[in-house]
Design a protein around this ligand. Sequence first.
Ligand code: NAP
Length: 332
Amino acid sequence: MKAVRFDTYGDIDVLKVVEVDPPVAGPGHVVVRMKAAGINPGEASIRKGLLAERWPTTFPSGEGSDLAGVVDEVGEGVTVFAAGNEVLGWIDERASQAELIEVEAAKLVHRPGGVSWEAAGSLFVAGATAYAAVRAVALQPGETVVVSGAAGAVGSVAGQIARIKGARVVGIAGGAEKCRWIVDELGFDVAIDYKGEDVRRALREHAPEGVDVYFDNVGGEILDAVLTRLARGARIVICGAVSQYNATGPVRGPSNYLALLVYRASMTGMVVFDYAARFGEATAALAGWLGEGRLISREHIVEGGVSAFPDALLKLFSGENMGKLVLSLGVE
Ligand SMILES: NC(=O)c1ccc[n+]([C@@H]2O[C@H](COP(=O)([O-])OP(=O)(O)OC[C@H]3O[C@@H](n4cnc5c(N)ncnc54)[C@H](OP(=O)(O)O)[C@@H]3O)[C@@H](O)[C@H]2O)c1
């Protein structure tokens, strides 16, 4: 059986496809035959050892990735799943891509009806992150929300949930095509193309009363720009910092942090696994909005199975993906 492994804290050149023995379901675990796997940027930062070395207690084992598949074997003590069940969930290991994966049953839910394999592979970690982030800020209708990485997996869903909750949503993304997509199809009120526009100036124009909530997926310069436009009492959720994950020097921190003082604002980190108890609720809500057509989930699907994983991962850093980057693994 094929799997992708990286040597712990190694560099990209040690990411390789290897032949491994099929896993056996231990107590409380099931083995899942993969159909699709969502790929997350945090997997790459773990590869470089950046997050793991700097913040070992926050990211003990990586960001993980979504999985969608069919239960192949059930371990002792598992009563919720049986062989043949269709499931989705997450894998929190660094070596995340394989044809058969042993997963703790607690990290799985039954696949909601009507959701494609690829969409199921994108709903879990990214969708649950977006869902948890919006809940964490107790969003009020009419508030101005800014989302970075807005055409990506987490950002596109977070922006749409904010819109469903009645907020005015400004998305920041790279390139005209992504900006058109989030406004025309996802219903964001405004898009700012950070590759073609001055973000600070654009925020002055599009958030004249200030930013009430900022969902930060990218960190770096964009976080600094948003800090200059806060409304009083603004809430910033640090969801990720993809602009910094491959930094070989020091990670860039926010130089405009004094805005937090002036605007009585708060900046909070969130990790989706802290909300694991609500994954079922998040998945049901997201599937419901999808079914009603109020939420659009787009997948950027990479074919080629496990062997395509190393190249697929890099797309997250070149910005090639629109929506969730998903590796297709034997979808019929
Ligand atoms: N806190 C949690 O529990 C949790 C869980 C899952 C994910 N995350 C984080 O959420 C964020 C988004 O993850 P995702 O899976 O949804 O990835 P994604 O947004 O689908 O893909 C990454 C996107 O980041 C953008 N990007 C890459 N380099 C950039 C740069 N230097 N500056 C600005 N934007 C850049 C690219 O879009 P453009 O073309 O727009 O540049 C790229 O498409 C990541 O930071 C990830 O680590 C956090």
